[in-house]
Design a protein around this ligand. Sequence first.
Ligand SMILES: [Zn+2]
Length: 143
Amino acid sequence: MLDHMDIQCASTAFIVNPQKNLLIDEADYVCHLTRHPLDHSVIKCIAKVAEKERQRTNSEGGSQAGEKRKNEEGFHLESYLCSGLDVYLATEPCAMCAMALLHSRIGRVFYLRHNTLCGALGSRYKLHTHSSLNHKFKVFCSV
Ligand SMILES: [Zn+2]
């Protein structure tokens, strides 16, 4: 049986590179089919991006290949999966998905409708504005 939190976070996720106008990956919400609590579309989409990145680095000879870039804070940019990328969603993400977006360093989040039960980027919480977090991202809602 689905719980309301799962239903509220149901949508399809599209992660795109706005500079190249390129769809990186997409994932559907399948929690209701798999009954796996992590099968939210955002989590699945980030996992797909991670798998592509793993395959890319393996094909280039692992971490030896390529030049590691650092940002002003000295972090290796390559260690963040979604730096500079955008995600498009039909529904505002839940707290789990919003934290996954934060940890992957998403650039911007766009969604169409609020998630009044468990939305973490405007409805219930405003995670992206929390002052103690070391990554900020912009959020756009069409409502
Ligand atoms: Zn979610």
